[in-house]
Design a protein around this ligand. Sequence first.
Ligand code: MN
Length: 365
Amino acid sequence: MAEDRLARYRAIRDFEATPEPAGAPGPPPEGSSRFVVQEHHATSLHWDLRLERGGTLASWAVPKGIPVDPATNHLAVRTEDHPLEYLVFAGEIPGGNYGAGRMGVWDHGSYELVKWTEREVMVVLHGERVSGRYVLFRTGGTQWMIHRMDPPEDPGRQRFPGWGAFAPMLAEPGPMPDAADLERYAFEVDWGGVRAFAHVEGGRIGVRVPGRDGEQIRLLPELRALGASLGATEVVLDGDLVVVGAGGRPDTARLADRLTPRSDAAARRLARAAPVTYLIVDVLWVEGRPLMDLAYDERRRRLEDLGLSGPAWQVPPSHPGEGPALAAAAAAQGLPGVIAKERASRYRAGPAGSAWISVRTSPPA
Ligand code: MN
């Protein structure tokens, strides 16, 4: 009975306090095979896959989302059946309630049933974002795995090649381009921070500081929310870490302290006392495709399309042609300079020659 299968769903919720549906009694629609994937920003971001079955929604919580590639299986934890009304539920579950956090519909559609047993569920999903044959198989208790059986929907999609494939393009010191050349360049403030790459996949972020071993995200817990904000979108970002100090200027000593190895508890304490801001200036990879061969202007457009803005990350503006004005503004704020980036240039590791020029605001002391 569908009603019995909702007993646990109802037992752990207070429908006076949560906007979630209690579920209406009544016979299930016949021959209907709908599914929904919800993106659930709970304590830990996950995606909930729900398949209509016998009047309720069989549900799995998938921490890394629906896999796009048969090479990578994802953990899926069987959760309580949900009422059919949940197929369209989106909203904020208030703090203190079960599953508190924002829930949105990530995809929905219908599915074809291939096989359904206690240990194995095979379906063909027909959604807007995800289509193809998937199998869920039980590995023990509530633990299942979800595997994509079809090739990736995007045949050109590549797997993240690892940090070794990403090395910074480096601006070389030089003069402000001539007035006749200014329009060939876009200008960004040089914040004098520490260069850092970020890789986000399945809402999880890793941060790599070139020249240092390993990921630094353990030391920078305030950037985990950047990963969650990207949801299922996979990216590699390039930018500068800064700690904003007195007068709004980057404080290099406090930033160095933030990158000094310490315990997780101490890192969390420092994240509140001396928060970092990640100033994102480039995007090098999106959804399994490298972007390094695109021109700066095109990468910049792709970066702005991501709409990244949050408490600990920003995309500072880029100013085509406006080098002298930006340099004057940077000098007035005591910032180290501006970087001129040739708008037609590709992203190349190492010294950039005249493609990226570091223009100092004041002569070296
Ligand atoms: Mn959930």
